[in-house]
Design a protein. Sequence first.
Length: 327
Amino acid sequence: MNTLQRAIALGFGAALIQALMLIAFAWPAANMAPRDLPLAVTGPQAPMVTEKLNQFSPGGFEITSPADEAAARQAIKDREVYGAILTGGGAPRVLIASGASPAVAQQLSAMAQQLSGAPAAAAVEDVVAADPDDPRGGAYGAMVLPLVMSGIAGGVLLSLLVSTVTGRLVGLVTFGIAGGLLSMLIIQGWMSIVPGPYLALAAVAGLVSFAVAGTLAGLATVIGQPGIGLGALTMLLIGNPFSAATSAPEMLPQPWGAIGQLLPPGAAANLLRSVAFFDNAGATKPLVVLVIWAALALTLLALGFLKSRGATPAEPASSPKSDPVPA
């Protein structure tokens, strides 16, 4: 392939990546709607309200019926549902949790008018409110992308500039600790957009940084520089747009909303909400996801270490893309 052909191929490749990025980022936003969104309905008119909801949005809600208002409130605080509709004693009342998802809270608030059947909208109460400095959750949603991008950058730098497995591991641990502490110092201490315990939030941010950067560094250690591209594209083109950081997994096209929660960006957004707003309720699943990704990173680094140990001096030198990484 001559220079002109290579230039044309690279141009087409860049155009393809651009198209994929447009699809990945714009398609979920254009198709945002509730899909089996957990919602509680309780009270004497619960069957009638449930029927209205099914007519309003067929398949949009996964409706449960707590025993009473107290149980509905607890279900919201436990992150079992995104909101609740209380019937009996007049017009229905709507409980929301903007801390769980401002987008869902806004949609439930808009539904309150239709549910009331009266000129005045049904009463709406925010049981678990978002941070008052970020009531619409815009800053929170914007927080996830820098965490992912910095993790990608950290993984790339360690892969290209540190030649040993041990050195990469030390760099990853340093990045995770320092990155978590510094990022939450900025987000919570300076910007004040996320409540909750500082050290716990910093630990989550550090785990995310380690998982993302470690996956890239681990892939690069095992399969060379193509692993950097594979890891970066996975985190950026799949993980970030389907993280549901600005909405909810049940608001995205399926199964992508669920898949997004199995990748570090989605798990990070979910876990940070649990720690910041819900006193760790619902934290188990996203924490396990992040721990698995961190363990995968360590496993890849260990495989690279064993690969370098198994190399013999008689092996011919190969390109940097496939060279085993020294221990």
